[in-house]
Design a protein around this ligand. Structure first.
Ligand SMILES: N[C@@H](CCC(=O)N[C@@H](CS)C(=O)NCC(=O)O)C(=O)O
Length: 216
């Protein structure tokens, strides 16, 4: 059985769950935060030390949500594509996906991984530079979804770009409520970014998709 190590709230893991669902692939979910042994197992399997980590049926291990998605397209070419290859769709997808990653990586780095440095003298300058990049990426994403004349980024329909955006929006929109119980969420909220309402309005069109609802 294929195994996916994840955190239920991780946008990177949630997009991978959507990607596997799109490909029609079954998998067992293992929550790395549910028990220290499961986290240790995921970290032993992948030097990336992040989730998602996918263990294929033959035991091979691959980490990183973007790498996993490209692997899935090549390993399961007869299933619907995650990254449609027509030039126009490809441009829209490959322009948008890194903007989502800049937002998520920027906030996770500053608000969680390196937050211990917030008392450093250099913090203000480092934070200003990183948050400018995060907010500019969010504003660019808002502009891209506002310009769409259809619910999906690609003409051909639901694709990785939509999965990336839907899971980013959910993560950002739910951080304030998680902040009361989870210190890193409070730290990320305290960084002072703004989720443009255009992105949430765009995501509204996809909340009822069965695979999105199944994420919880
Ligand atoms: N580039 C990676 C990023 C994954 C990532 O940052 N995952 C976070 C959860 S949202 C994580 O595992 N953080 C744990 C840590 O950094 O120790 C991907 O696309 O999978």
């Amino acid at each position: 059985m294929r195994i996916l190590y994840h955190f239920p709230t991780s946008p990177f893991a949630r997009r991978t769950r959507l990607a596997l669902a799109h490909k029609g692939l079954s998998f067992e979910l293992r929550d790395s935060r549910s028990h220290p042994n499961i986290q240790a197992e995921a970290r032993r399997l992948s030097p990336l030390k992040t989730v998602p980590v996918l263990v294929e049926e033959d035991g091979r291990v691959i980490g990183d949500s973007t790498a996993i998605s490209h692997y899935l397209d090549r390993a399961y070419p007869s299933a619907p594509p995650l990254w449609p290859t027509g030039p126009e769709d490809a441009f829209a997808l490959f322009e948008l996906a890194p903007l989502v990653d800049v937002v998520q990586n920027g906030l996770a780095d500053l608000g969680a991984r390196y937050y211990a440095l917030h008392t450093s003298e250099a913090w203000g300058a480092v934070k200003a530079e990183a948050m400018d990049r995060v907010q500019r990426a969010l504003d660019a994403l808002a502009q891209r979804v506002s310009a769409l004349s259809r619910p999906t980024v690609a003409r051909s329909g639901w694709s990785a770009a939509d999965m990336w955006l839907v899971t980013m929006e959910h993560w950002l929109a739910t951080l304030p409520q998680r902040a009361t119980q989870f210190a890193p969420a409070a730290q990320i909220v305290s960084l002072g970014w703004r989720l443009p309402p255009e992105i949430s309005r765009w995501a509204d069109q996809h909340r009822d998709r069965p695979e999105v609802k199944a994420l919880g």
